[in-house]
Design a protein around this ligand. Structure first.
Ligand code: COA
Length: 362
């Protein structure tokens, strides 16, 4: 029996920080409202492409695993923000990594994408078809946002996280998962015209009509992740107290607290970093996993529970049994290309473009 051990992990957060105070310079909002309703204090805005963020997270994960990119059999890039649709963004990542022997593809399950990717990568290894798989979650949701909508544009940030999976005979890695999609209400979280559905020649360029029904999404997130967690624990005949660490999707601190309360998990068993990065979509789980390892919060043999929820409305939960190694074998010293732009500099054309588009629509 083959298992898929997690042997490497890495993250990439772009340097430009967008604080709640920065948002207050162009939006009718307050640090108090954003912090108390969401738990977010700041988020990052990228000056590089999704593929660039994904590639650096991938390189760091490969260094932690002590692997050469040419050894990879597959690269899965979970993203809803591919830089190009034809070809896929994963091919740009392959090029940057030098993963010349890997099959590569983009996977779009929005914020749940990384959990879906972990399941697929694990499945390929457990079937015996592959030995080494890189799973990356990378997103730039701020690119799509309407900066006149204060309930949505404060929530998201850019980032990427990655893990390396390697075949192992010891029981470890993802032991069980439950994935699904509640498509009946797919329109409550939607960039309505960001795809081939968009009229090719429009008067308002660069504006995406975002529909975001926050309170409804909140309810469905709790239901989706809560149900998936119950299912996955039942599959493994585990009680909640047998979980050593919960690594939830970071969408809203109140969603995390509701799940935590249901599981009766003490705060030291829950990874929360939403205050620093906001919701980075498919990247929240691998970034949080990476930080938990960096902070020494995962021990060999620990059972780690993860759960995510996103547009679709996709949802999923998985239990990972950690292997023997919790420290990185190597470090990648590469950095993103430098930029002298602040987060507000980067956002300025989008804020102005959104205002003009909304005014033009009337
Ligand atoms: C978006 C979200 C934070 C809104 O929180 P909420 O407590 O439901 O707040 P509401 O939408 O009911 O709005 C309450 C009030 O705050 C106001 N408000 C909304 N955004 C605001 C902001 N950024 N600053 C100040 N006030 C704001 C609203 O206008 C409303 O005012 P009103 O009562 O005068 O009409 C919350 O619903 C949420 O996080 N949902 C999940 C979203 C998510 O993360 N989705 C991604 C899933 S992966």
């Amino acid at each position: 029996m083959q298992y898929a051990n997690i042997t490497g992990w890495g993250k990439c957060l772009p340097p430009a920080v967008l604080s709640n105070q920065d948002l207050m310079t162009f939006l009718d909002t307050s640090d108090e409202w954003i912090s108390s309703r969401t738990g977010i204090k700041e988020r990052r805005i990228s000056h590089v492409s999704t593929a660039a963020l994904a590639s650096l997270a991938g390189k760091r994960a490969l260094a932690a695993a002590g692997l050469d990119a040419a050894e990879l059999d597959m690269v899965i890039l979970a993203t809803a923000c591919a830089d190009t649709l034809i070809p896929n963004a994963a091919s740009a990542v392959q090029q940057s990594l030098g993963a010349v022997n890997a099959a590569v593809f983009d996977l779009n399950a929005a914020c749940t994408g990384f959990v879906y990717g972990l399941s697929i990568g694990t499945g390929m290894i457990r079937s015996g078809a592959m030995k080494k798989v890189l799973v990356i979650g990378a997103d730039r949701i701020p690119y799509f946002l309407d900066y006149t909508l204060r309930d949505v544009c404060v929530l998201f940030g850019d980032g990427a996280g990655a893990v390396v999976l390697e075949a192992s005979d010891a029981e470890c890695g993802l032991l069980a998962e439950k994935l699904g999609c509640d498509s009946e209400d797919r329109d409550i979280l939607m960039a309505r015209d960001a795809g081939t559905i968009r009229e090719r020649f429009t008067e308002v360029d660069g504006f995406f009509d975002v529909n975001f029904e926050g309170p409804e999404i909140f309810k469905r997130a709790v239901r989706g992740m809560g149900g998936a967690i119950t299912d996955v624990l039942t599959k493994l005949s585990l009680e909640a107290e047998q979980i050593d660490l919960l690594v939830p999707h970071q969408a809203n601190i109140r969603i995390i607290e509701t799940l935590t309360k249901r599981l009766k998990a003490p705060p030291e068993k829950v990874v929360v970093n939403i205050e620093k990065y906001g919701n980075t979509s498919a990247a929240t789980v691998p970034i949080a996993l990476c930080e938990a390892l960096e902070e020494g919060r995962i021990k060999p043999g620990d059972r780690v529970l993860t759960a995510a929820f996103g547009a679709g409305l996709t949802w999923g939960a998985a239990v990972i049994k950690w292997g023997e190694r919790v420290t990185a074998l190597g470090v990648c010293d590469e950095e993103l290309p430098p930029s002298d732009k602040t987060a507000l500099d980067l956002l300025k054309p989008w804020v102005e473009g959104c205002r003009a588009a909304v005014a033009a629509k009337g």
